[in-house]
Write a protein that binds this ligand. Structure first.
Ligand SMILES: C[S@@+](CC[C@H](N)C(=O)[O-])C[C@H]1O[C@@H](n2cnc3c(N)ncnc32)[C@H](O)[C@@H]1O
Length: 230
């Protein structure tokens, strides 16, 4: 499974950011910035962005942390990390090529762990997501915060139908056209429909050992930011 996902992101990497902008009408930037600002307000010195892709979230964390935090970024797709490392300010972030499900860090290492638009891609099974969240919990220090930004399911049935229709028929085609990756964007858009509701994801975080789990919906539930403490 992981190799298949890795291939999808290798294929998608050259135009990954342009595809996101087209599919979300630039809302992905706004949502990442909101999430990074909320995450940065937690404080602490050592921060980790997992499944960092082209490093956008990690670079916002660096910026919102006033350049004073030690920000690490991890992904298992080398072309994505190459793209991140080529950015201005990237030298201020340390990059690791590794699998998010088996983090190469000791227990209780970080004050903050973030993930943006990637939980859906790691593995959709409830057991696998709980185990991966457990891995994020392991590397957090006691009192450390985990923040998850991801697509979600709108509560309104009408909006949910419209959202799924848009993702399946419009966003998917934008992604395929811009990236040239038919298979990749067919898979990525299919995971939006299959992902958990905000309430279900909060429950999974609790099962993974987190406490004080809370979330807020963005754009009536099209996306959500979950926050939880170790
Ligand atoms: C949709 S992109 C999101 C990238 C970035 N966080 C963003 O906000 O744009 C998903 C990223 O997760 C990475 N990824 C997926 N599964 C992973 C895993 N098990 N371990 C490490 N990285 C993974 C992919 O390589 C890809 O770069």
């Amino acid at each position: 499974m992981a190799i298949g996902i890795q291939r999808i992101f290798v294929e998608a990497s050259p135009n990954y950011e342009s595809a996101n902008r087209a599919m979300t009408f630039y809302l992905d930037i706004l949502w990442r910035r909101i999430a990074a600002a909320e995450a940065a307000s937690h404080g602490g010195a050592k921060w980790l962005d997992v499944c960092s892709g082209t490093g956008e979230m990690a670079l916002y964390l660096h910026k919102f942390g006033g350049g004073k935090r030690n920000v690490a970024a991890l992904d298992f797709c080398l072309p994505m990390l190459d793209s991140a490392a080529s950015k201005h300010d990237a030298k201020l972030v340390s990059f690791s090529l590794a699998n998010a499900t088996v983090l190469p860090f000791q227990d209780n290492s970080f004050d903050l762990v973030t993930i943006a638009f990637a939980t859906r891609n790691i593995n959709l099974s409830r057991k696998a997501i709980t185990a991966t969240f457990g891995e994020f919990h392991r590397v957090l220090k006691p009192g450390g915060m985990f923040l998850n930004l991801e697509t979600s399911q709108p509560e309104s049935k009408l909006l949910k139908r419209f959202f799924h229709f848009y993702v399946d028929n419009v966003a998917r085609r934008f992604g395929q056209f811009i990236s040239g990756s038919k298979r990749g964007y067919a898979y990525l858009s299919s995971t939006v429909r299959r992902f958990y509701t905000a309430d279900e994801l909060a429950q999974i975080l609790k099962e993974a050992g987190f406490k004080e789990v809370g979330f807020r919906r963005l754009m009536l539930g099209v996306a959500a930011i979950h926050k939880a403490l170790k």
